[in-house]
Design a protein around this ligand. Structure first.
Ligand code: FAD
Length: 486
């Protein structure tokens, strides 16, 4: 099957009738439900874009000859890497990078694990084959994916097997001749239920020991598998129009708790079964972390461009762009953008072929970027808040502007340097939705925790960094200093 259209994506969701719960109810038709229908439309637009820009968004499948999604491409050259990244950025531009789980993120994971599958054979030779087949299946059917990595937040001071109720977290119940039975809870599936399938994988950051083998699983199943439930948090799409909520009314992806009640997973969909050692090495040894980071850095460049555009527009709107500290804050965003672009350039231009013949970006550059962006993104949104000040609260709705009595008052009263009130408030509502609304606050939280807990990621980064050359440099420098004794 060639790449999906938006219509096919929506029809697929209708037919699947995934088990989704929100606001105390089971969702009948997710594509019509107010909490999901707008983001589903935005996802559909992404799929349609594949056909609006086929030269950028599609390529010829090596197995079927069909036109499939570029974001599934196994890159073999630097040009391939760049082409795949440009497709990511094309998608990201449609939302200003606000759709963190556009399909390209997990397409990169599935591709990397599919082509670098030998690690999975340590558990069972079939598992390596499964990973390869799953990549082809996902690519040829343009499967949309959600994923879940994290055990429930019960007691983080203990391992899973030490928890007071050790069966809360997703665990292996039984191995059968045809597959496995799993049961328990996983967190936190962004776009849970509004995609075709779910990937269950281990966390990169939270390593497990052998006693946690029953929790060490990796598999992929359709989201309508019996026993699978998505329990979504309350929606931040309040059903307002796009003028009032320019981001929340379009790109609210939702986050869901995933419940598995004695769910059957056929063997052909299992990649890791009760093996903490393989789980701990999965992202690194398959290079999935590298290809996913490449997608993330590319997406975050677009996101930073969007933030910069909003900041500059706010400055212009209220005539603050001449003030020194305001310019300096603009510079902070510009430096972030340029630094991210440099990381990306280095990652792509220092890329090398791995053992599977996949052109693999330079991870040192991407690792620095993925550790740094979660720390800097909260500052970027803080800058918008500082610049916008009361303007981020003086934001009547579009309906207020159309009111006979108050419309003319606010149109005049809320004018900007060169903007009428209506235009200025539209801009400031965007700045508010980017930073302060429930949607905007979640974006900041999302970026902070994107790849895991930044504190523990930072500790790992420090541990793995090759520090010796720098210590030696200083030792040599000190040795060469002249002594007063001499
Ligand atoms: C908006 C949003 C969307 C998300 N979407 C997804 C998704 O689609 N799929 C998915 O799988 N996950 C998703 N996540 C989960 C994300 O991967 C985790 O939030 C992240 O890995 C951190 O884990 P945690 O939330 O369990 O935090 P915890 O590990 O519970 O940490 C909580 C706090 O305790 C501290 N802490 C805990 N343990 C230790 C320790 N051992 N040493 C030192 N400090 C510690 C942490 O530093 C942190 O401050 C999402 C999270 C958010 C916020």
């Amino acid at each position: 099957m060639p790449a999906k259209t938006g219509k096919e994506y929506i029809e697929g969701l209708k037919k699947a009738n995934n088990n989704i719960y929100i606001h105390g109810e089971r969702v009948d038709d997710v594509t019509e439900h107010p909490a999901f229908k707008n983001v589903i439309k935005s996802m559909a637009n992404l799929y349609d874009l594949q056909y609006e820009k086929p030269e950028k968004m599609l390529y010829t499948s090596p197995t079927t000859g069909n036109k499939v999604g570029m974001t599934f491409l196994q890159p073999r050259t630097i040009e391939d890497l760049i082409a795949r990244r440009e497709a990511t950025q094309e998608w990201a531009k449609t939302s200003g990078g606000m759709m963190g789980r556009s399909p390209d993120y997990l397409n990169a994971e599935v591709m990397a694990m599919g082509v670098n599958n030998s690690l999975f054979a340590e558990g069972d030779p079939r598992f390596a084959e499964n990973a390869r087949n799953y990549y082809e299946y996902a690519r040829e059917n343009d499967i949309s994916l959600t994923h879940t990595l994290i055990h429930p937040q019960v007691n983080r001071a203990k391992m899973q097997h030490q928890q007071k109720d050790a069966n809360v977290a997703l665990h292996l119940v039984e191995e059968r001749s045809d597959g496995i039975i799993v049961d328990g809870i996983r967190l936190l599936a962004t776009q849970g239920g509004i995609t075709d399938e779910i990937l269950v994988f281990p966390s990169t950051v939270k390593k497990a020991g052998e006693l946690d083998d029953p929790y060490s699983l990796a598999f992929a199943i359709p989201n309508n598998t019996p026993g699978l439930k998505f329990i979504s948090r309350e929606s931040f799409d309040y059903g307002k129009n796009e003028w009032d909520h320019p981001l929340g009314a379009r790109f609210e992806e939702g986050d869901a708790i995933v419940s598995f009640e004695n769910v059957f997973v056929p063997w052909e969909r299992v990649f890791v079964c009760g093996n903490s050692s393989v789980c701990n090495r999965t992202f690194k040894e398959t290079n999935a972390v590298v290809h996913m980071s490449h997608q993330v850095v590319a997406k975050n460049i677009v996101k930073t461009e969007f933030v910069l555009g909003v900041a500059l527009s706010v400055m212009d709107a209220i005539g603050i762009d001449g003030f020194q500290h305001v310019q300096d804050k603009g510079t902070e965003i510009m430096l972030t953008l340029e630094t991210m672009k440099s990381h990306l350039y280095r990652a792509e231009h220092n890329a090398k072929l791995d053992n599977s013949g996949t052109m693999t970006p330079d991870f040192a550059a991407l690792d620095a970027a993925r550790n740094w962006y979660p720390r800097i993104y909260p500052r970027l949104t803080e800058i918008i808040r500082i610049l916008g000040a009361s303007g981020l609260m003086g934001i009547p709705t579009e309906a207020d502007f159309h009111h006979d009595e108050i419309g003319p008052i606010i149109h005049r009263g809320l004018q900007g340097k060169n903007l009428e009130g209506y235009e200025r408030v539209q801009l400031f509502r965007l700045a508010w939705d980017l930073t302060l609304s429930a949607f905007g606050s979640r974006q900041t939280h999302y970026e902070y925790y994107f790849f895991g807990d930044p504190i523990r990621m930072g500790m790992t980064y420090f541990e793995n960094y090759d520090k010796e050359p720098f210590r030696n440099y200083i030792q040599d420098f000190l040795k060469k200093s002249s002594s007063v004794k001499a």
